[in-house]
Ligand binder design. Structure first.
Ligand code: GTR
Length: 388
């Protein structure tokens, strides 16, 4: 009994707000040499690279950028998809390095009857191809709704890049393109690999005249949301990063003891992170970063954080507080946002461009309500940037 009580106390998640604890976040605007960062230039030149490196070394690992060749092949094209409203394309993105090749399949719907090029939602999908069927029942990936809103929608299956599995994750790009990464303590891991896939698809968008590659909105749900944020942090071609319920090691403050912890996530999903991240289990206070810094790396570009009220595992409040704590970096760019200190009521969207948030009723998932908020946010952001 003693052992049982001991283990359940040790591993139990906290869902009691009064026990979430107090914490001091690592400073966003102080460089490692003690210099205060007071301008956007110094942020870009000094602090941003420092923070990127800290995330690389301590959390997600590197994302190699070199390869020998990239090729795009349209495998299928249907001009009359969605009852004539859209053109569907399946595109194979072949990336070659040291004579080895991997292929990422992109599924893409482009609205037919509007002026091109159009902005695009690109989803990091860990739920498999079946969840990218265009059907009105498919709220997770509502192709028709998005096309009707004047956007293209694209998606890829993460397993093309790195299967979501403890040992098999190495089976695509790590074994084939970047084998040396697996030997490095801060080498590429699954979340970084998925983000690498996003970047290669943006390479493709840059060649598709119907897509406006300056308006790419990367959307990820949960583990995909973690990958979307880490990708957006690094690849400045991402205009908006949308984190849907990314939770621990995504948008949530790691130091807040509520819901999933670093201990649980590194035990269950070691392949997402560098091995050294596990050393911060029950020791989050010693992390040289916290997740508000990841959100801040998007500045001055846009970040949208979505959560669900019944998704305590992902800690809605902890995700909101990270967004609030990221604001000083946006201010450096003259974007003086003033998010309310407390999380807004359920189902109410808060937009303080370039930041946005909602916490809808319901469970851990991505649905039509979420997508409608993403569209509203993207509409406002692009309009405001005089881009749409
Ligand atoms: C959970 C994991 C979360 C989140 C989620 C998901 O099991 O603990 O961090 O990533 O899976 O991806 O749906």
């Amino acid at each position: 009994l003693l052992l049982f009580t001991l283990t359940t106390t040790l591993f139990a998640q906290n869902y009691d707000e009064t026990k979430a604890g107090s914490y001091v976040l690592p400073e966003l605007l102080k460089a490692q040499n003690g210099k205060e960062i007071v301008s956007a230039e110094d942020w870009d030149r000094i602090r941003r690279p420092e923070i990127l490196k800290l995330f690389e070394d301590n959390v997600y690992g590197q994302v190699p950028k070199d390869f020998d060749k990239i090729e795009f092949k349209v495998l299928e094209q249907n001009y009359k998809a969605l009852n004539g409203k859209a053109t569907y394309k399946q595109v194979a993105v072949d990336v070659i390095r040291n004579k080895k090749v991997i292929t990422v399949q992109v599924h893409l719907f482009i609205p037919n009857k509007i002026k091109k090029p159009v902005p695009v939602f690109l989803t990091i999908n860990h739920r498999g191809l079946d969840t990218m069927q265009a059907s009105p029942e498919n709220e997770f990936w509502p192709a028709e709704e998005i096309v009707n809103s004047g956007y293209a929608i694209a998606g890829f299956d993460v397993k093309d890049v790195a299967p979501d599995h403890k040992t098999d994750y190495v089976n695509q790009i790590l074994t084939k393109l970047y084998p040396e990464q697996t030997l490095q303590p801060n080498g590429m891991r699954a979340l970084g690999a998925w983000g690498w896939g996003v970047s290669r698809i943006i390479d493709y968008f840059e060649t598709d005249k119907d897509i406006d590659a300056s308006k790419v909105i990367v959307v990820g749900h949960s583990r995909g949301g973690k990958a979307a944020l880490w990708c957006g942090a690094q690849d400045r071609r991402v205009a908006i990063a949308v984190s849907n319920e990314s939770g621990n090691s995504g948008a949530k403050i790691s130091r807040r003891n509520f819901g999933e912890t670093v201990e649980v996530i590194t035990r269950n999903f070691p392949h997402w992170f560098v091995p050294g991240y596990a050393a911060f289990a029950n020791n989050e206070g010693n992390l040289p970063v916290d997740q508000h810094m990841l959100l801040a790396l998007m500045a001055p570009r846009a970040v949208y954080v979505a959560s669900a009220a019944d998704d305590s595992w992902a800690d809605p409040k902890g995700q909101y507080l990270a967004l609030v704590a990221a604001q000083p970096v946006f201010s450096l760019f003259g974007l003086k946002t003033s998010l309310p200190a407390n999380m807004p009521p359920n189902n109410e969207q808060v937009i303080q461009l370039p930041l946005g948030f909602h916490n809808r009723d319901g469970i851990h998932n991505m649905n039509l309500f979420d997508w409608k908020q993403f569209v509203k946010f993207a509409d406002e952001y692009f309009k405001n940037n005089n881009k749409k």
